[in-house]
Write a protein that binds this ligand. Structure first.
Ligand code: FAD
Ligand code: NAI
Length: 465
C-alpha cells in the first residue's frame, strides 16, 4: 500500500504530526528506531527530567522549608531507587499513551531506522537487520537532536555523562561538575544539588542562560548561588581526565590566563544539542542543510519535493512544544489547510525553583532593534499568595511598545512561572496590550495577580507597590 504520509521519528514533533494528519483523514505510518515512542522528550528529556525535578523539590521542601509551616519531618531520607521508580513510571505512562493514541488513530508503526531512498520510498532497517520498504506520497523528517559532544572528551554515561546519564545516576555524587550553564545544566544541577551534591557549573560565557532576559538571568544566578551552586563563568574546559576516584577537569579563563583544575565524581556535559540526521540518506538525495539543520521554507518543505521537516532538526528553538506546533502545522498543510506557527509567541520555561518563563522579546532584543518600550515590573514579595506560600523570590516583567502599548515580551522569575506564562502567550497571540491585561480581572489571592500588577506597572499604576 502507499501511505499519504510517513513520519520518521516519534518525538513531540513526529507523533503529534502523525495524529493530526490521521485526524484529517490521511493514511499515516510512523517509523521509530527506539523501542518506545515519544522521542527524546518523553524518554530521556522533558518528562523524566520534570519527574525528578518535582521529586527532588519535594525533598528540598521537606529538608529546608516545611518546618517554617510548622510541619516537622526533618531530617528527610532519600530512597533513590523509589525516586527513580517514580521517574520510570512517569515515562512509561507517557510513552504508552503515545502507543495508545497511534492505535486509536489507526496509525501504522514500524520499529527500525528509517532511510529515505526517494521522496516516495523509505527503507526501515529493524534491529535484526531485516528491511521493510514503505511507500508514501509525502515524508516528514522529525528525527530530533542529540547532545553536542565536547571535543576530546569521551562520554560513557557513567562518569562523564550527558543529560541521559544524569537522569539515571545510581547514587548522589559528592561533587558534580557541569559544563554549560544552559537549561540542562541548571535543571539537572538543581536535581542533584537538592539531593546533596556539591555542584559547580563551568560556563564559557560571562552569564548563565544566554538568550534569556539579562536581568532575569542575573537575579536567577544570585538565587542559585544562595541555594549553593558555584559558578565559574567566562571559563572554558580544556581537558577532562579520568582519575582513580573520578575525573579531573582543567578550566581556563575564556579570555586567556592561568588554568585551574577541579575534581569531580561526575561530569555532566551540557553544552547544547545538535540536529540528528545521521543515516537518513539526505546527502544522496541532495536535501539542503545549513549548520547541520535541514533547511525548510515557511511551509516546512525541504528543497526536495515531497520531503518536509519539523522539530529540533530544523531552525528555531529546540523545544518540545515548538516541535508539536510544527507537527500540527505541516499535517494541516499536507491536508490542504493553512497550518501556521507564530514563532513570536513560543514560550520557554526553565523548570528550576523558582522557575523562569518567558515569551517574546527581551530588553536586549528591543534595544538591539531600536524599539521604544516601557517596562512594568512587580515582585512576588508584594503578592499575598506568594507570601502565604513562602515563595516570594522573583518578579514579573512586562515589556510593552511605547507607542502602541502592545505587549512585546513577558519574563517571569518565580514559583509556577511556567504556568503563569500561558496568559501572556494568549495575550500576545491576540496582539494584546498591557492595558488589556491590566483591565482583566484576576482571581485573588493568586500568583497571577503579579502578572496583572506588572501590566499596571508599565503605566506606573500598580496597586500593591
Ligand atoms: P525528538 O524528541 O528528539 O525525537 C526524534 C525521534 O526520532 C527519536 O525518538 C529518535 O529515536 C527518532 N529517530 C531519529 N532518527 C531516526 C531514524 N533514522 N529512523 C527512525 N527513528 C529515528 N523541551 C521542552 O520544551 N521542555 C522541556 O522541559 C524540555 N526538557 C528537556 C530535557 C532534556 C534532558 C532534554 C535532552 C531535552 C529537553 N527538551 C525540552 C527538548 C525536547 O526534548 C526537544 O525539543 C524535543 O524532544 C524535540 O522533538 P522532536 O520531535 O523534534 O525530536
Ligand atoms: P543550552 O544551549 O541551553 O546551554 C548550553 C550552554 O553551554 C550555553 O550557556 C553555552 O554558552 C555553554 N557552552 C557551550 N560550549 C561550552 C564549553 N565548551 N564550555 C563551557 N560552556 C559551554 O544547551 P543545553 O543546556 O545542553 O540544552 C540543550 C537544549 O535542550 C536547550 O537549548 C533547550 O532547547 C533544550 N532543553 C529545554 C528544556 C526546557 O525547555 N525546560 C530543558 C532542557 C533542555
Amino acid at each position: 500500500m502507499t501511505y499519504d504520509l510517513v513520519v520518521i521519528g516519534t518525538g513531540p514533533g513526529g507523533y503529534v504530526c502523525a495524529i493530526r494528519a490521521a485526524q484529517l483523514g490521511l493514511k499515516v505510518a510512523v517509523i521509530e528506531k527506539r523501542k518506545t515512542f515519544g522521542g527524546t522528550c518523553l524518554n530521556i528529556g522533558c518528562i523524566p527530567s520534570k519527574a525528578i525535578l518535582y521529586a527532588s523539590d519535594k525533598f528540598a521542601e521537606a529538608e529546608h522549608e516545611l518546618a517554617a509551616f510548622g510541619v516537622l519531618v526533618n531530617p528527610p531520607k532519600l530512597d533513590l531507587a523509589a525516586f527513580m521508580k517514580h521517574k520510570d513510571e512517569t515515562v512509561a505512562a507517557n510513552v504508552n499513551g503515545v502507543a495508545f493514541l497511534f492505535k486509536k488513530n489507526k496509525i501504522d508503526t514500524f520499529t527500525g531506522t528509517g532511510a529515505i531512498k526517494t521522496a516516495q520510498l523509505v527503507d526501515v532497517t529493524a534491529e535484526d537487520g531485516t528491511h521493510t520498504e514503505v511507500e508514501t506520497k509525502a515524508i516528514v523528517i522529525a528525527t530530533g537532536s542529540d547532545a553536542a559532544p565536547l571535543p576530546g572528551t569521551e562520554i560513557d554515561e557513567k562518569l562523564i555523562v550527558t543529560s541521559t546519564g544524569a537522569l539515571a545516576l545510581d547514587k548522589v555524587p559528592g561533587k558534580l561538575l557541569i559544563i554549560g550553564a544552559g537549561v540542562i545544566g541548571l535543571e539537572l544541577g538543581s536535581v542533584w544539588k537538592r539531593l546533596g551534591a556539591e555542584v559547580t557549573v563551568v560556563e564559557y560565557l560571562d552569564r548563565i542562560l544566554p538568550g534569556m532576559d539579562a536581568e532575569v538571568s542575573k537575579s536567577f544566578q544570585r538565587i542559585l548561588e544562595k541555594q549553593g551552586f558555584t559558578f565559574k563563568l567566562a571559563h572554558k574546559v580544556s581537558k577532562v581526565t579520568r582519575t582513580k576516584s573520578g575525573a579531573s577537569v582543567t578550566i581556563e579563563p575564556a579570555a586567556g590566563g592561568e588554568a585551574a583544575t577541579l575534581e569531580a565524581d561526575i561530569v555532566l556535559v551540557a553544552i547544547g544539542r545538535r540536529p540528528f540526521t545521521q543515516g537518513l540518506g539526505l546527502e544522496a538525495l541532495g536535501v539542503a542543510m545549513e549548520r547541520g539543520r535541514v533547511v525548510t521554507d515557511a511551509h516546512f518543505k525541504t528543497n526536495v519535493p515531497g520531503i518536509y521537516a519539523i522539530g529540533d532538526v530544523i531552525a528555531g528553538p529546540m523545544l518540545a512544544h515548538k516541535a508539536e506546533d510544527e507537527g500540527i502545522a505541516v499535517a494541516e498543510i499536507l491536508a490542504g489547510q493553512h497550518g501556521h506557527v507564530n514563532y513570536g509567541a513560543i514560550p520557554s520555561v526553565v523548570y528550576t525553583m523558582p522557575e523562569i518563563a518567558s515569551v517574546g522579546a527581551t530588553e536586549e532584543d528591543l534595544k538591539a532593534q531600536g524599539i521604544a518600550y516601557r517596562v512594568g515590573k512587580f515582585p512576588f514579595t508584594a503578592n499575598g499568595r506568594a507570601r502565604a506560600m513562602r515563595q516570594t523570590e522573583g518578579f514579573v516583567k512586562i515589556l510593552a511598545d511605547t507607542a502602541s502599548d502592545r505587549v512585546l515580551g513577558v519574563h517571569i522569575l518565580g514559583a509556577t512561572a511556567g504556568e503563569l506564562i500561558a496568559e501572556a502567550v494568549v495575550l500576545m497571540e491576540f496582539g494584546g496590550s498591557a492595558e488589556d491585561l491590566a483591565r482583566t480581572c484576576h482571581a485573588h489571592p493568586t500568583l497571577s495577580e503579579a502578572v496583572r500588577e506588572a501590566a499596571l506597572a508599565t503605566d506606573k499604576r500598580p496597586i500593591h507597590m
